[in-house]
Design a protein around this ligand. Structure first.
Ligand code: NAG
Ligand code: NAG
Ligand code: NAG
Ligand code: NAG
Ligand code: NAG
Ligand code: NAG
Ligand code: NAG
Ligand code: NAG
Ligand code: CU
Length: 666
């Protein structure tokens, strides 16, 4: 029905957007987000027709302040649409690749690249080609001068860029803080195959099977064979660095353990039940907490996505079925890629999710439980203006969305619970805002979760059924019902790999009950929310630090805390938040840098040796043990009025709590 060039342009523009993240205010339409520090969330969108302007063009970058809930536009030169991103050891963030330059309607920018498949620049949106871009951001605080170049995006493709064009690449940090940038599309499309045509020269639909590094090494990118094997379905491959330094990589139905240094791969079993998890199937995927109890042996959890048959995936142009009528998967699988008991890695059937979800997203809460938010009951990520069977856009019931049935109620997965009882949504409120393609979520340092984005449209569309959504929300997990949360003192600013333990003190006023019991329940954890887009959090991890305790006469509790284990593969160097859980109630997170802050081999020392725990009968906390029903220690998002519609990046657009289990804002 569509002439092929039009189809191509359409997909170019319409392919997935960046999922934005937190901060949603900004154009949360398609967002990438990350928490820069304890004050700021950075937000990126694709280049599109946002009303908010910067430097005379629509804005696709902003920074949101967690205290004031105000956002400020930032200039980003290249089109970040569907890029990947990662933290660096010094706390800076870097994003990789994206889309070529586009103009209104997602059409090719006005100044074409050679070959005519992509554009170098667009005169209307004033975005540059982002396909090889490397953009660096040093998170700043209110005490810094935001106008200085040091606080702005560095986005100069002529000075710093990748060797290959990458859209939807994966990015995984290594133990020395180097980032491996893996695969991606040369250009965008629904899935990366030109089927039933087989034209290896088809430029737009080519998969990029190589990998390269940040910082750039200058060596020619090598082919990662797995990316050829899975080429039709390997956008945003799921990657997790393992304790050995090898990388666990999952795409299509294949799984591999990969030594990126020697470029040697070992096959692991295929994903059971035919459920695809990478974009655009978009399952929720996360590494379970690394704890002293599991000896820091990683297990990866996959939930949802879709088991659509091969034919249904169609091709680069569009799916061959009406995806919005095809139920998404509830299936969950766990795998321990490097078991230490001599067994072979195997997928293990886990409890089904309560709802099928495509584009569900896992947020690891500081308590070690996993929240799943967002997504749809049917279909897949991506957008299009036709499918093979619904060739007319006018007949598409959900506009350009390839998903339907927004899942509005979150659920919580407890990895420690007995099989059969790991999922619950008891007491969790429902959102009223569909969060489909290009939505995202991230943990904030007060323990709440910012949810933003949704824009299954090629450009801004405020009038369709699943519109470009500028409104962000904050979800308050059940622990926000606690009237008092632990308030530890002595939180360090840096952590090392092994070395001397450190002490934290929990005053008696910040807990209730028997000091001995509460001290036993204490957990000290570091979390990394990562870089979120497209329903995934690249780099997200939680690691529990080992600890012992001393109960003091005044009821205060001293926690003796081990440094992270002396293996930087377990928790790569860089920014994190440090938390203390007491009786399952987390403190606020404190910003810390893990490692020496530099790219390079990380210094390690022997694992910390902890003193024996000391109990003291009779000591107890003095806090009010009751729950609250009015307010809590949330960041005050509840005082935001609904300002949706201002489309102004300088304004927080409707950030307000919606999940208020046991918590009603005043
Ligand atoms: C952090 O490291 C990166 C990569 O080495 C560098 O580009 C950036 O400027 C550094 N940030 C700061 C604040 O020094
Ligand atoms: C996708 O399939 C449709 C229907 O067979 C075909 O018209 C179109 O050319 C295909 N696109 C590609 C990139 O192969
Ligand atoms: C996934 O891999 C299988 C086996 O190689 C292949 O037949 C299938 O076409 C792939 N899926 C897509 C959408 O390319
Ligand atoms: C945690 O600390 C305790 C007490 O020192 C020790 O016995 C245990 O081996 C440590 N566990 C790990 C995984 O390091
Ligand atoms: C928005 O979507 C509606 C319904 O799908 C469509 O009719 C309209 O043309 C779209 N508007 C824009 C600006 O694309
Ligand atoms: C989801 O798909 C099922 C099965 O095709 C269908 O019955 C249901 O109506 C769809 N839901 C929506 C919201 O379209
Ligand atoms: C307070 O709320 C928590 C979380 O919902 C619950 O587990 C606990 O039992 C409640 N405590 C009281 C005293 O109501
Ligand atoms: C946690 O941080 C919030 C601000 O985000 C503050 O209002 C609250 O008092 C803090 N709570 C504790 C226990 O430190
Ligand atoms: Cu996208």
């Amino acid at each position: 029905m569509l002439p092929s060039l039009l189809a191509l342009c359409l997909v170019t523009a319409s392919s997935p957007v960046l999922a934005a993240t937190a901060g949603s205010f900004a154009d949360a339409g398609d967002t990438l987000l990350f928490v820069g520090n304890e004050e700021k969330v950075y937000i990126l969108d694709k280049a599109e027709g946002n009303a908010a302007q910067v430097m005379g063009h629509p804005a696709w970058g902003s920074v949101w302040d967690m205290t004031t809930h105000q956002s400020t536009v930032m200039d980003v030169r290249t089109n970040v649409f569907c890029s990947s991103g990662m933290h660096l050891p010094n706390g800076s963030y870097v994003t990789f690749g994206g889309n070529g330059a586009v103009g209104p309607g997602g059409n090719l920018g006005s100044q074409l690249n050679p070959g005519g498949y992509s554009a170098a620049w667009d005169a209307t949106y004033q975005d540059f080609d982002g396909t090889r871009a490397i953009r660096v951001l040093n998170p700043c605080r209110n005490s810094d001068n935001f106008a200085s170049a040091n606080c702005q995006w560095f986005d100069e493709p002529t000075l710093l860029s990748m060797q290959k064009s990458r859209w939807y690449s994966a990015a995984e940090p290594t133990a020395d803080g180097t980032v491996v940038i893996i695969g991606g599309f040369v250009n965008g499309g629904y899935v990366n195959r030109n089927y039933p045509n087989v034209d290896p020269e088809f430029e737009g639909g080519a998969a990029e099977p190589t990998y390269e590094y940040y910082p750039p090494t200058g060596t020619t990118p090598q082919t990662f064979q797995f990316m050829i094997k899975t080429s039709g379905l390997n956008a945003y491959a799921h990657t997790f660095l393992m304790p050995s330094g090898k990388m666990f990589v999952q795409a299509n139905l294949s799984t591999v353990l990969w030594d990126h240094v020697a470029n040697v791969e070992t096959s692991l079993p295929d994903m059971p039940n035919g459920v695809a998890r990478v974009y655009p199937a978009s399952g929720a995927v996360a590494m379970l907490p690394l704890t002293p109890a599991n000896n820091y042996i990683p297990t990866v959890l996959f939930c949802g996505g879709t088991d659509m048959p091969d034919y249904a995936w169609g091709n680069y142009t569009y799916p061959f079925i009406n995806t919005w009528e095809y139920p998404a998967s509830k299936d969950c699988q766990r795998i321990t890629p490097e078991p230490q008991d001599g067994s072979s890695p195997a997928y293990q059937q886990d409890d089904d999710m309560l709802d099928g979800r495509t584009m569900g997203q896992f947020i690891i809460l500081p308590t070690g439980k996993l929240l799943v938010v967002n997504g749809g009951l049917n279909g897949t990520a991506g957008y299009a203006q036709a499918t093979l069977v619904t060739a007319s856009y006018a007949d598409m019931p959900f506009g350009e969305s390839l998903a339907s049935g927004p899942v509005l109620t979150p659920a919580i997965y407890d990895p420690e619970a007995a099989k059969g009882s790991r999922w619950s949504n008891a007491g969790l409120g429902a959102s009223t805002i569909p969060r489909l393609y290009h939505s995202s979520a991230i943990l904030l340092p007060d323990g709440s979760v910012m949810i933003a984005g949704s824009n299954p449209n090629v450009d801004v569309n405020l009038t369709t059924i699943f519109p470009t959504t500028y409104k962000a929300e904050i979800f308050y997990p059940p622990y926000f019902s606690a009237k008092t949360r632990p308030a530890p003192t002595g939180m360090p600013k840096t952590l090392s790999y092994g070395g001397n333990s450190f002490d934290l003190t929990i005053p008696a006023s910040s807990y209730s009950g028997s000091a001995n019991d509460v001290a036993e329940s204490a957990q000290v954890v570091i979390t990394r929310g990562g870089f979120t887009t497209h329903a995934m959090n690249m780099g997200q991890r939680l690691l529990q630090l080992n600890n012992t305790f001393t109960v003091n006469k005044d009821g205060s509790i001293t926690l003796h805390v081990a440094q992270p284990p002396p293996n930087a593969n377990l928790f790569q160097p860089g920014p994190a938040f440090l938390w203390v859980n007491m009786n399952g109630i987390p403190s606020n997170g404190t910003y810390v840098i893990v490692g020496n802050g530099e790219i390079g081999p990380q210094p390690t020392s022997a694992a910390s040796v902890l003193p024996e725990s000391v109990r003291l009968s009779g000591a107890s906390g003095t806090a009010d043990s009751s729950n609250t029903s009015s307010g809590g220690s949330s960041s005050g998002a509840n005082d935001n009025t609904d300002e949706e519609g201002k489309s102004n990046l300088g304004t927080i657009i409707g950030a307000r709590p919606y999940f208020t289990p046991h918590f009603v804002p005043p």
